[in-house]
Design a protein around this ligand. Structure first.
Ligand SMILES: [Zn+2]
Length: 503
């Protein structure tokens, strides 16, 4: 029997209820896998193009342009510029419920420019930005998986919506609270958060720390430091007193707190009483209510510092992030597809290359991982990610895919060596298949979504969500602009000119 006739026949008997549900599920996933297999080049063209764009947060203009054109050509409705951010991209296909969204990001890091494949430090553009966490791969994997799901929905008449949210500036925690505030997730039933890693895995539980980032600017009165200092009000004194004041508080804070600061305006020269001083703070704690409690004390200390110095101050909200609340029900569902898809089959040459790189950089020489990671809760990390906010308004699952080298930490140029390699490409295929299969399950298994929702209602009620974004705050769309404009002309010479089209 010809394959298309066979498929039609299965479709007919499926409607009649003659084929077991599991067989239908297998057939749908098989189709998703076929779509991905024949579009590997298109997927990796996207990811590789994004690598060479190397765009910093809020400046993802070339990256989102390519994604918009590719997804529109693939049948998606794409909105660029929502929630007041020109590089905020939301794409969707279908209509109504269930509505499942992939949540991820595509920004690079300052100073990360590196020639891919070179084992030693060799920037493409000296001091320029670049992908040293592999966020470029998120663009290809998310788009590929969503397109494969769309093909399955069309072929099998599956109702609902598949969406992708590419949020700007993850590295600066700068966009998700605004995207949440704008209501993008109000009618979403579940999300899957996607990230590169060195293994294929999912997880559940509270993932990382809450963070609040704000800049305090003190305003005083300038005077000659030698002639009439009594006429001056020293704004940098206020900065220093705020720093000392917080140090006195440290003993009285909850065990999980972290607080770090940078003095961003510290005066001009010693004999000028400065009328401006500025200090930028990050406060982190294991939960957002506790972070807010610490942050409110920090504001009180600023008031005290201003009182002591006769200065005034204003506070500018920079960023905030809730810890990720990862849904166990969705974790169990994703794990089934992690086990179904499995790790890529690495060649001996790929394993050897990974080993050589690990050896050169004094890391454990373990090559590449060959087994998927079993499902388990993870210890709460003390880092932060602004996608955490999303997970308190909608049930969130997570998926990591194996496109990085074990032992090579992100945010170092070394993590910029492999994101366009065959290792990364194979890991992206595994990621796209697992993601597509998981979304197919979520679209076609109402009881899965109901159970995830019930779990979400119980867990999120323990700490009801509130937004840290001040009502009048706007996203910082000028973030990284000067830096990006400085390097872009040189970086342009390396752009790939690809126009990937899924089929
Ligand atoms: Zn990341």
């Amino acid at each position: 029997m010809r394959f298309d006739i066979l498929r039609r026949w299965i479709g007919v008997v499926a409607v009649l209820g003659l084929v077991p549900l599991s067989a239908q599920a297998d057939e749908r996933k098989q189709l998703a896998f076929e779509v991905i297999e024949r579009n590997v080049q298109q997927m990796t063209d996207i990811s590789d193009s994004l690598y060479y764009f190397g765009e910093l947060g809020m400046q993802e203009f070339e990256s989102t342009k390519l994604l918009k054109e590719t997804l529109e050509a693939g049948g998606f409705k794409v909105e660029l510029g929502g929630a007041g951010m020109p590089t905020n991209l939301w794409a969707e296909y279908g209509s109504g419920h269930p509505k499942i969204a992939i949540v991820t990001e595509i920004d690079a890091l300052p100073g990360g420019s590196q020639t891919p494949g070179e084992f030693t430090r060799k920037p493409m553009v000296q001091d320029g930005p670049g992908h040293m966490e592999g966020h470029n791969t998120h663009g290809g994997v998310a788009s590929m998986a969503a397109f494969a799901v769309k093909q399955v929905m069309q072929r099998h008449n599956i109702p609902g919506t598949v969406a992708i949210s590419f949020g700007p500036a993850e590295e600066q925690l700068a966009s998700r609270p605004f995207i949440v505030r704008a209501g993008y997730f109000k009618d979403v039933d579940a999300v899957i958060y996607l990230h590169i890693r060195d293994t294929l895995n999912t997880t559940f539980g509270i993932g990382n720390y809450a963070a609040i980032s704000s800049t305090f600017t003190f305003h005083g009165k300038t005077a000659h430091g030698g002639v009439n200092p009594w006429d001056g009000k020293d704004a940098v004194d206020a900065v220093v007193l705020m720093d000392i004041g917080f140090d006195k508080l440290r003993e009285h804070l909850r065990p999980t707190y972290r607080a770090h600061r940078t003095i961003t305006v510290g005066g001009i020269q010693p004999n000028i009483i400065p009328d401006k001083g500025q200090i930028w703070w990050f406060v982190r704690v294991a939960s957002m209510p506790a972070a807010k409690e610490t942050y409110d004390k920090l504001v009180k200390i600023a008031e005290g510092a201003a009182l002591m110095t006769g200065t005034t101050f204003d506070v500018k909200y920079s960023a905030s992030a809730w810890p990720q609340l990862v849904n166990k029900t969705l974790g169990e569902a994703v794990q089934k597809n992690v086990d179904l898809v499995g790790m890529p089959k690495w060649t001996e040459a790929e394993v050897q290359r990974a080993r050589d790189f690990q050896k050169l950089h004094d890391k454990p020489v373990i090559g590449l991982r060959t087994a998927v990671t079993p499902l388990g809760g993870r210890p709460q990390a003390s880092s932060s990610n602004d996608n955490g906010d999303v997970s308190w308004v909608v049930p969130a699952g997570s998926l990591n895919f194996p496109a990085a080298i074990p032992g090579i930490e992100a945010h170092e140029w070394k993590a910029g060596v492999f994101p366009t390699s065959s290792i990364s490409h194979k890991g992206q295929v595994a990621g796209a298949k697992t993601l597509a299969a998981s979304i197919v399950d979520m679209l076609t298994t109402p009881e899965l979504i109901q159970k995830a929702r019930a779990e979400f209602e119980t867990e999120s009620k323990k700490t009801p969500y509130f937004s840290l974004v001040p009502p009048d705050a706007k996203p910082d769309v000028d973030l990284n602009r000067a830096e990006m404009e400085r390097y872009r002309p040189e970086m342009k010479k390396f752009y790939l000119s690809k126009t990937p089209r899924f089929n």
